[in-house]
Design a protein. Structure first.
Length: 215
């Protein structure tokens, strides 16, 4: 999902690449789980997030979809997000000690936080520090690549760009067609092709690319 806000209001005014140092390290979030509560539908799951969740939970996509995911629509496109529960609207995977039960296969949103992505006009993106989102202090400097803790990070960033472009094209198509029936079919196909249809373990990026070509 995109936010249309002033970067001056929400960031330190800088953009970061994988090799840059950023003051984002919260020391393992010891004793703090603020960012795992009250997040509403903001912890959006892309196809890789959902695939990792299925593998980590050792569950079928339909089971994970039913048990751990909320669906919502923005700009005509259906999005998946982690469920929140209880009076504090805590992440479903937060344990009684306030620790993450899925940390090894947590979503990309959680891996970045408190960083966000800034998509640039010519394509691609860089990272920015959200200065009002994480209350835990002091924060130490850490290399962006280490902070997001993602294997095959260049391949991962290429995937993020491709998924972003795919959603932007779908958004434009929905606006041009302005047809509720077509929108419903497009969203059902998006769910089926990119989320409910399992990926072969170790072949996600290749299979994702193939599905983009035919969808």
């Amino acid at each position: 999902m995109e936010r249309h806000v002033s970067m001056e209001e929400i960031s330190d005014g800088k953009l970061y690449g994988l090799g840059d140092m950023v003051r984002a390290d919260c020391g393992g979030c010891e004793g703090c789980s603020t960012c795992c509560k009250g997040m509403g539908q903001s912890v959006v799951l892309d196809p890789l997030d959902f695939h990792r969740l299925c593998l980590g939970l050792k569950a079928e996509p339909k089971q994970v979809m039913a048990a751990a995911v909320d669906l919502h629509v923005e700009k005509g496109i259906i999005f998946l997000s982690l469920k929140m529960s209880g009076p504090e609207e805590s992440c479903l995977f937060l344990n009684e000690e306030g620790r993450c039960r899925i940390h090894p296969f947590r979503p990309g949103f959680c891996r970045m936080f408190p960083l966000g992505r800034f998509y640039e006009e010519g394509g691609g993106f860089r990272y920015f520090l959200q200065v009002h989102e994480c209350p835990k202090e002091p924060k130490a400097k850490v290399k962006v690549k280490k902070w997001i803790d993602t294997p095959n990070v260049k391949e991962y960033e290429a995937f993020v760009n491709r998924w972003h472009d795919f959603l932007k094209k779908l958004e434009r198509a929905l606006q041009e067609k302005n047809d509720p029936a077509w929108a419903k079919r497009a969203n059902l196909r998006l769910l089926e092709e990119f989320y409910l249809k399992p990926y072969t373990q170790g072949e996600f990026y290749r299979e994702f690319g193939e599905r983009c070509k035919i969808t």
